[in-house]
Ligand binder design. Structure first.
Ligand code: PHE
Length: 497
C-alpha cells in the first residue's frame, strides 16, 4: 500500500527547510576558520569555484532525482536501477548513525553553554573548564569514565525537539520549524555581527579573516578544503536533499531552487565570519595575543575562544553568551532534523512504516547511543568518527551518486528533465561536471585522505581505535545499509513504473 505523499506548503517553505539543512554548525565555526587558514579573502576564489562546479551541480542532481522519482534516496536509486538501491541506503543510514548521533551531543554541549552563560561559569580559564569540568575528558581513548549528567540532560532536550518536530511531519513539523528557526537565526547572527565588529580590536580580526593572500591558491590542500567544506555544508551525499526534493509539488523550479540554496548557505557563512573574527580580534586586543593563540577552528572556537571573549565584553556579556549558543542550537537543530528525515523517508518508502514508529525508534536510539558520547572518552570518539565519516563516506557516496546518475541513468536525461520544469535552464556544462569533473575531484580527495591516514595515525589515537572505530564505523554503516537493501519492498505502489 502506497502512503499518501507529503508535500511542502510553499516554495519558500521548501527553501527555508533546505537552507536549514545546509546551515549548521559547519557554517559558523568551520568556514571562517578555513578562510583564515587558507589565504583569507583569496580562499573565496576556490570556495566559489567549488560551489559552482560541485555544490550547485550536485544539488541540481539531488533535487532532480528526488523530484523526478518522488522518492527518498532509497526509492530514487531503486528506480534508476534495482541493483543501485544500496547507493540510496548507505547515506540514509550513515548520516544518522555516523553524524546525527554525535551532532546532537554537540548540540547538547551548546545547550549546556547557554546555561553556563547565565553565570559565566567557565571563569578565567575557559579551556580548562571545557575539557575538565564540562567534558571530564579522559586521558586515554579506551577509558570511558562515567556519563556526564548535564550533557545527558542536554541531549534528552535536543532529542525531544527533534522528536516533536519530526513527528509532526513535513508541513507542520519541518517546514513550520524552519520558518521560525531561519529568520530567528538571521536576527541572532546579525546581533552577533554588529557586536563583533564594534568591539575594540575587531578590525584586526577582520583583516586576519579576509586579507587576501593569493600564494595559497597553488596549494592543492586549499582546494580540497574548499570542496570538502562545500560538500559538508550543503549536506550533499547525505540522502537529505533527495528526500526534501521528493516533497516538492510537480511543477517546481529545481534549478532555481538549487542556486538559491547554494548562495544563501554561502552568504550566511561569510556573514557569520564577521561575528567570529570581529570577536577574535577583540580577544587578541584585550590580551595582547597573536592570532595563532586565539584563532581556532571547531570546538576550540566555540567552547574556548568565544567564551573567553564573552567574559571580557564590556556590557551584556551574559546576554551575548546566551545569544551565541542559542544561534548554534538553532542552526544545528534544523540540520539534525534534516539528517533524520533522509532515513525516515527511505524507511517509509520501502516498508510503509508509520512515521511515528520510526521517529520513536530513532529518538530512543539517539539518546542511548548518545550516552556513550557523554562519557569522558566521548570527545575522542566523536572526533575520530567524524574524521572517518567525512573523509571517506561523504566522498565515496558523492562519487557513487555522480557515477550512477551520470553514466547509468545518463546525465543528459536528468538535465532535460530538470530543464523542462525549471524557470532557469542548466547548460551542457552540467553533464561534464557530473560525469567527469566531480568523480575526478572526489577520487583525488579519497586517495589523498587514505594516503594521509595510512602514513599518520589520525589524532594519535591507538591503532585499535583507528581500525575498529574509524574504519569499523564506515564498514558497519555499509552492512546495515546492505541489510535494508536486501529486504523485500513492502510498498508495491511505490516501485511500479
Ligand atoms: N550541513 C550541516 C552543517 O554544516 C550538517 C549536516 C550534515 C546537515 C548532514 C544535514 C546532513 O553543519
Amino acid at each position: 500500500m502506497a502512503n499518501e505523499k507529503e508535500e511542502w506548503k510553499s516554495r519558500i517553505g521548501f527553501i527555508l527547510a533546505a537552507v536549514g539543512a545546509a546551515i549548521g554548525l559547519g557554517n559558523i565555526w568551520r568556514f571562517s576558520y578555513l578562510c583564515y587558514k587558507n589565504g583569507g579573502g583569496a580562499f573565496l576564489i576556490p570556495y566559489i569555484i567549488a560551489l559552482l562546479t560541485a555544490g550547485i551541480p550536485l544539488l541540481i542532481l539531488e533535487y532532480g532525482i528526488g523530484h523526478k522519482f518522488r522518492g527518498s534516496a532509497a526509492l530514487s536509486f531503486y528506480k534508476i536501477g534495482k541493483n543501485w538501491e544500496w547507493v540510496g541506503w548507505w547515506p540514509s543510514i550513515f548520516v544518522v548513525i555516523g553524524i546525527t548521533f554525535y551532532y546532537t551531543v554537540i548540540l547538547a554541549w551548546c545547550l549546556d553553554y547557554i546555561w553556563y552563560s547565565v553565570t559565566l561559569k567557565w571563569g578565567a580559564n575557559s579551556a580548562d573548564f571545557f575539557y575538565h569540568q564540562h567534558l571530564h575528558l579522559s586521558n586515554s581513548f579506551w577509558h570511558l569514565g562515567s556519563p556526564s549528567t548535564i550533557i545527558f540532560v542536554g541531549l534528552i532536550i535536543i532529542w525531544i525537539f527533534n522528536w516533536l518536530i519530526e513527528l509532526r511531519g513535513v508541513q507542520r513539523g519541518i517546514e513550520l520549524a524552519c520558518k521560525i528557526f531561519i529568520p530567528l537565526l538571521v536576527v541572532l547572527t546579525t546581533i552577533l555581527v554588529i557586536r563583533g565588529v564594534t568591539l575594540p580590536g575587531s578590525g584586526k580580526g577582520l583583516i586576519w579573516y579576509l586579507k587576501p593572500n593569493f600564494s595559497h591558491l597553488t596549494n592543492p590542500r586549499v582546494w580540497l578544503d574548499a570542496y570538502g567544506q562545500i560538500f559538508f555544508s550543503l549536506s550533499l551525499a547525505m540522502a537529505t536533499m533527495i528526500a526534501y526534493a521528493s516533497y516538492l509539488p510537480r511543477k517546481s523550479d529545481i534549478v532555481g531552487n538549487a542556486y538559491v540554496t547554494g548562495f544563501a548557505n554561502s552568504t550566511f557563512s561569510l556573514f557569520a565570519g564577521f561575528a567570529v573574527f570581529g570577536t577574535l580580534g577583540f580577544i587578541s586586543f584585550q590580551q595582547g595575543l597573536p592570532p595563532s593563540e586565539v584563532v581556532k577552528g571547531g570546538f576550540g572556537l566555540a567552547f574556548i575562544a568565544y567564551p573567553q571573549a564573552i567574559s571580557a565584553m564590556p556590557v551584556g556579556a551574559r546576554l551575548f553568551g546566551i545569544i551565541f549558543f542559542s544561534a548554534l542550537v538553532i542552526a544545528g537543530l534544523s540540520s539534525s532534523i534534516s539528517q533524520i528525515e533522509g532515513l525516515v523517508a527511505s524507511l517509509i518508502d520501502k516498508f510503509g512504516w508509520k512515521r511515528k514508529k520510526i521517529i520513536h525508534i530513532i529518538s530512543l536510539l539517539g539518546i542511548l547511543v548518545g550516552l556513550i558520547y557523554t562519557t569522558g572518552s566521548g570527545y575522542h570518539l566523536l572526533d575520530l568518527i567524524d574524521h572517518f565519516i567525512s573523509s571517506y563516506l561523504l566522498v565515496l557516496i558523492g562519487f557513487l551518486e555522480a557515477f550512477v546518475v551520470g553514466w547509468i541513468f545518463k546525465a543528459e536525461n536528468l538535465r532535460s528533465y530538470v530543464n523542462d520544469i525549471s524557470n532557469i535552464r542548466v547548460g551542457k556544462w552540467w553533464n561534464f561536471m557530473i560525469k567527469y569533473f566531480i568523480p575526478f575531484v572526489l577520487g583525488v580527495t579519497f586517495i589523498l585522505s587514505l594516503k594521509s591516514d595510512l602514513v599518520h595515525r589520525y589524532g594519535n589515537y591507538p591503532i585499535t581505535a583507528i581500525i575498529f572505530i574509524g574504519f569499523g564505523s564506515v564498514i558497519l554503516t555499509f552492512l546495515i545499509a546492505f541489510f535494508f537493501y536486501k529486504k523485500k519492498w513492502k510498498t508495491a505502489g511505490n516501485i511500479q513504473n
